[in-house]
Design a binder for this molecule. Structure first.
Ligand code: NAP
Length: 317
């Protein structure tokens, strides 16, 4: 306890975020015998919790995202890593040999911080989106798909998320229309092929959505605007799922760490940021592939480098 009564807990490694990157970092750090804690905003697993069908995590065939997340959490804890859930971070001090993280669950200090805060679904920022959030507008098919049994849905986007989640939504919806601003998807071919084979899926190309239309209670339509002709029309639907990319969760680190113009943390190949003793792993950093498996690989590398850094601090003493 400090003089002002605040409870300060000391660790070697502080990991912010309990998705695949944070959990893997926790596993490697704990197995490296350094005192480690993961501070997670919600529940373990990050974006894995939004994916029921994970087909590309090697060796984890026929497991859902939440099942993989749970297995990762249990394994990480088994080697002695502590995890605090529902932990709201209010401030971080990253400079110097002693880093500090202030949270609603206490203050934590450490020699190293690994940032694994991931990313969240980008907003479309059009009229109706906020107003009908939770009343027809969603960013999570796994969470909300079942509310749309036998209804007509629109999915916006052309990446892996839009096409994969659009296909998933056909389990519930009578019809899913994917609206994409270009004339081809950027989603992986296997994901596209599955969608094109699905008779419940239709695609509207070269079209954006300038407004989500409702009746005060819920969504009734989306306004379509052709990027070729600028013509507008309303398209009736009961719900809209928005999958137009991800924004990194880096607000806490603004002006404290080097980022690109999109707010992603810049690291080198050792996951080092521009601040000594601070590492970043997973979707939060600038990386060409955002997958659970690459996030876990980032986390394990960050933790391994962090242990080397801690040993180098001990050599200085
Ligand atoms: P993404 O790959 O960044 O794709 C975003 C899509 O939304 C693009 O098609 C983009 O159009 C479109 N878009 C962006 N801003 C828009 C706007 N304002 N209005 C309309 N459309 C807009 O995002 P993601 O699909 O969420 O995937 C994110 C990362 O996770 C990717 O690296 C992806 O590979 C990975 N992921 C992988 C899997 C899997 O392996 N199964 C599943 C989900 C996600 P343009 O194409 O015109 O730019």
């Amino acid at each position: 306890m400090t003089n002002d009564g605040k409870n300060i807990k000391e660790y070697d490694v502080l990991i912010i975020g309990g998705g695949p990157a944070g959990l893997a970092a926790g596993l490697y750090a704990a197995r490296g015998n350094v005192k480690t804690i993961i501070l997670e905003k919600l529940i373990p697993g990050g974006q894995l919790n939004n994916t029921l069908e994970v087909e590309n995590y090697p060796g984890m065939d026929h497991m859902t995202g939440p099942q993989i997340a749970q297995a990762m959490e249990e394994q990480t804890k088994r080697f002695g890593c502590e995890i605090i859930l529902n932990c709201n971070i209010t401030n971080v001090e990253l400079k110097g040999h002693k880093k500090t993280i202030e949270t609603d669950k206490g203050i934590f200090t450490g020699k190293v911080v690994i940032i694994a805060t991931g990313s969240e679904y980008r907003k479309l920022n059009v009229p109706g989106e906020k107003e009908y959030g939770g009343r027809g507008v969603s960013y999570c098919a796994v969470c909300d798909g079942a509310f749309f049994k036998d209804k007509e849905l629109v999915v916006i986007g052309g990446g892996d998320s839009a096409v994969e989640e659009g296909t998933f939504l056909t389990k519930f919806a009578s019809k899913v229309t994917i609206v994409h601003r270009k004339e081809k998807f950027r989603a992986e071919k296997i994901i596209q092929d599955r969608a094109f084979r699905n008779s419940k899926i239709k695609v509207i190309w070269n079209t954006v959505i300038p407004e989500i239309v409702g009746n005060g209670n819920g969504v009734t339509a989306v306004r379509l605007k052709s990027v070729l002709t600028n013509q507008e029309s309303d398209f009736q639907c009961n719900g809209v799922f928005i999958y137009i990319g991800l924004d990194p969760n880096t607000q806490l680190f603004k002006d404290k760490i080097k980022m690109d113009e999109g707010g992603k943390i810049i690291t080198n190949e050792k996951m080092e940021t521009d601040v000594p003793g601070v590492y970043a792993a997973g979707d939060v950093r600038e990386t060409p592939l955002k997958q659970a498996v690459t996030a876990a690989a980032d986390g394990s590398l960050a933790a391994t480098m962090a242990i080397e850094y801690i040993e180098s601090l001990e050599d200085i003493k």
